[in-house]
Design a protein around this ligand. Structure first.
Ligand code: ATP
Ligand code: GLN
Length: 143
């Protein structure tokens, strides 16, 4: 079945123009997630290798894969994507679509309000700082 995020009227609190979608995911799902995000015009993504435990409790059903772990902490990848408020739900749905296996340990998504986005190269802030040329806002407005 297609699983999506339960519907939410995007009235997140605290309200902000930009949000960071912070997803803790299975490492071997990252290639599918990032190429799908790129396809939908999301071009700014940061990933880090992290370790964590949740209700999976360190159990590793995939001994041969990348989830092998000697202790309670399993290797995960943290993906951070800052987007404008209107793009949040589409990004969340895409992450679920591409990262989900249905098994315990699929991960979690945190939504974090962001006060401002500043592009180092130009000093632009706010909408201009966040927008990326050829990115999702451009794709959506020309289609
Ligand atoms: P420029 O046009 O000057 O290249 P840019 O907005 O494309 O600016 P970069 O300087 O290329 O941004 O980005 C540097 C790093 O910042 C990226 O490799 C990525 O890790 C991170 N990053 C940029 N934008 C975002 C974003 N919206 N969300 C998450 N990470 C981002
Ligand atoms: N919201 C930006 C745009 O539409 C893209 C942000 C991102 O790629 N993380 O251009």
């Amino acid at each position: 079945p297609v699983i999506r995020a339960e519907s939410s009227t995007p009235e997140y609190f605290p309200d902000a123009k930009f949000y960071k979608v912070e997803a803790i995911l299975r490492p071997w799902r990252i290639p599918q997630v990032s190429s799908a995000l790129l396809k939908m015009g999301i071009r700014g993504v940061t990933v880090s290798d992290v370790r964590g435990f949740g209700s999976q409790g360190g159990s590793t059903e995939r001994q041969a894969g990348s989830e092998f772990s000697e202790d309670k902490f399993l290797a995960k990848v943290k993906m951070e994507i800052v987007v404008s408020k209107e793009q949040v739900e589409a990004v969340i749905d895409k992450i679920i679509e591409k990262a989900r296996t249905g098994e315990i340990g699929d991960g979690k998504i945190f939504l974090v309000p962001i006060s401002d986005v500043i592009r180092v190269r130009t000093g632009e802030r706010g909408d201009k700082g966040e927008r990326m040329s050829g990115g999702r806002a451009d794709m959506v407005s020309t289609s």
